[in-house]
Design a protein around this ligand. Structure first.
Ligand code: FAD
Ligand code: NAD
Length: 489
């Protein structure tokens, strides 16, 4: 390692303790932590502060989903005893609102806010020129350590003819001002499912094409509920279907797909959304020249401390993997900053033990820890406890009594190995399990906690109750029964 670094001249002194490249969730957190620790830190952003999450990802997608959810509720007003709830809307106005939401959140990630926190922010494309130097806007900054937080970009699959048709990615779909009449969504991951459902509710005819199955990482029971909900909202879901080519003719644009049985079909569209995954941004800013290795899945090779090949260059967020979530990027940002600044004294391995995530379809799917499939693949022994949200009072009053909580525990113990929740408020319900798992609290502790009535989190207590019922101390209960009989005389 030392040898590697010695091929570059080391500055005699450094202008900064840390240079962070990229102002998404990972880079913002890393620079915030560094300035809070009184280090001299510069954050370089080549495009928009807030990165993907604010500008093209979580924020616009959740804002769009909110409008779509309102339309679903209005259309199902009879379920709530309301005869008619006519709604009128303009697609353009909904997109205006999406951008308004971005603008409202923008100050949280702004240059002004970070300047106030003590972070120097430079707008420009950074280029790493040595282990201790970064170039931006023709200036060379010297630094003790570097954090790479350059994120990821959407994959555009190599489908013949794609370049000749009107296609969008999550980077560009937010520029729509007119509703596409027919939208083809390519991909059945979280982006594809969330957006296919939202656009269908906004009265687009949506066809979703997925080469395998929807939401491949999730519990099959959860996926079945989401797939049924997508269909009920009007999405034509085509799984095990391959995109063959795009064609543009006088009659319009088409995606030719091949179904599992080998038949081909032409799907007409006026917009096609590529939601086929995201790939780390690793090119064009010095990694190649520095020989920083990339794993076969495209992310920068890092160790348990997020160090790259060069011990003073760290990577975090989507560019480092293994997850692609805002909260994981922020979590890693803390480790990257702390290890970069204090690693020679004490360093911390990133804790990936309990990673939660939620896909914001309707119903939501929320996960932490192992799924049944993962536990089986890894040979982990487990018991399953299930609670149906159909029995939850609050879900019934909300006319949303669908879904379940599934908890995996160590056989004979209440220790939680994993949780999958499907339902209207799954993402919120998950938080209690994440806290329990993180701090080693078992289902008995959740059962012993008062949950206010009638709330959704009561479901967590009820699933713990199901576990308890299945693990009653039968011998003791036999004695207790005899005791009561004796007391009756
Ligand atoms: C549609 C969609 C919905 C999503 N919804 C969710 C969700 O609900 N929940 C969730 O947890 N995650 C969600 N995600 C994923 C989430 O957006 C990402 O995991 C997260 O943004 C990653 O943060 P990051 O800091 O690693 O990268 P980014 O946010 O991509 O930030 C990287 C930044 O680096 C900058 N940059 C790159 N190269 C350079 C350079 N050489 N010099 C200077 N700057 C550079 C880029 O301009 C960018 O601003 C969603 C993603 C999409 C696409
Ligand atoms: N709620 C959330 O937390 C949330 C929401 C959206 C995105 N994200 C993050 O963003 C990342 C990217 O999401 P994504 O959905 O784009 O990616 P993904 O990798 O999760 O899913 C992409 C899907 O597209 C399919 N696919 C790829 N090429 C295809 C082709 N040519 N034809 C048909 N299907 C094809 C794949 O089989 C896969 O199922 C995810 O990893 C996720 O972590 C998170």
């Amino acid at each position: 390692m030392k040898g590697l670094r010695s091929s570059w001249p080391k500055p005699r002194r450094f202008d900064r303790n840390l240079v962070v490249i990229g102002a998404g969730a990972a880079g913002l957190t890393a620079s915030y932590i560094a300035s809070a620790a009184r280090a001299k830190v510069t954050l370089i952003e080549g495009h928009k502060m807030g990165g993907d999450c604010l500008n093209y990802g979580c924020v616009p997608s959740k804002a769009l989903i909110r409008s779509a959810t309102f339309l679903r509720q209005a259309r199902r007003c009879k379920d709530l005893g309301i005869a008619r709830a006519p709604v009128e809307y303009d697609f353009r106005e909904i997109m205006v609102r999406v951008h308004h939401v971005i603008k409202t959140i923008e100050p949280h990630d702004s240059v002004e806010r970070y300047n106030r926190l003590g972070v120097e922010v430079i707008h420009g494309m950074a280029h790493i020129t040595s282990p201790w130097t970064v170039e931006v806007n023709g200036r060379t900054l010297t630094t003790r350590a570097i954090v790479i937080a350059t994120g990821s970009r959407p994959v555009v699959p190599p489908i013949p003819g794609l370049e000749q048709v009107r296609y969008y990615t999550s980077d560009t779909i937010w520029s729509l001002t007119e509703r596409p009449k027919q939208l083809v969504v390519l991909g059945g991951g979280p982006v594809g499912c969330e957006l296919a459902q939202a656009f269908a509710l906004l009265d687009c005819q949506v066809i979703q094409v997925e080469r395998t199955g929807l939401m491949g990482r999730e519990d099959p029971d959860a996926v079945a509920l989401v797939e049924a909900a997508l269909r009920a909202d009007g999405v034509r879901v085509l799984t095990q279907t391959h995109a063959i080519r795009c064609q543009s003719e006088a009659g319009g644009q088409q995606l030719i797909v091949r179904h599992q049985d080998g038949t081909e079909e032409a799907l007409p569209f006026d917009a096609l959304l590529c939601a086929a995954g995201r790939v780390a941004r690793t090119e064009g800013f010095g990694l190649e020249e520095m020989g920083i290795p990339i794993w076969p899945n495209g992310v920068i090779e890092t160790d348990a401390w997020l160090q790259t090949l060069y011990p003073n260059i760290y990577a975090c967020g989507d560019v480092a993997g293994p997850y692609q979530f805002t909260h994981v990027a922020a979590h890693q940002g803390w480790y990257a900053a702390v290890n970069a600044l204090f690693g020679s004294v004490k360093r911390f391995k990133v804790d990936y033990s309990i990673i939660p995530w939620t896909t914001f379809t309707h119903p939501e799917v929320a996960r932490a820890g192992l799924s049944e499939t993962e536990a089986n693949t890894r040979g982990v022994r487990f018991e399953v406890t299930r609670y149906s949200l159909e029995d939850l009072d609050r879900a019934i009053t909300d006319e949303a009594a669908h879904g379940f909580i599934k908890v995996l525990t160590v056989p004979g113990k209440d220790q939680i190995l994993g949780v999958t929740i499907v339902g209207a408020r799954a993402g919120d319900l998950l938080a209690e399990f994440v806290l329990a798992m993180k701090h080693g609290l078992g289902l008995k502790k959740i059962l012993g906690t008062i949950h206010s009535y009638p709330t959704w989190p009561e479901a967590n207590k009820y699933v713990a109750g199901e576990w308890r019922r299945a693990h009653m101390p039968s011998r003791l209960l036999g004695w207790v029964e005899k005791y009561h009989a004796w007391r009756r005389g």
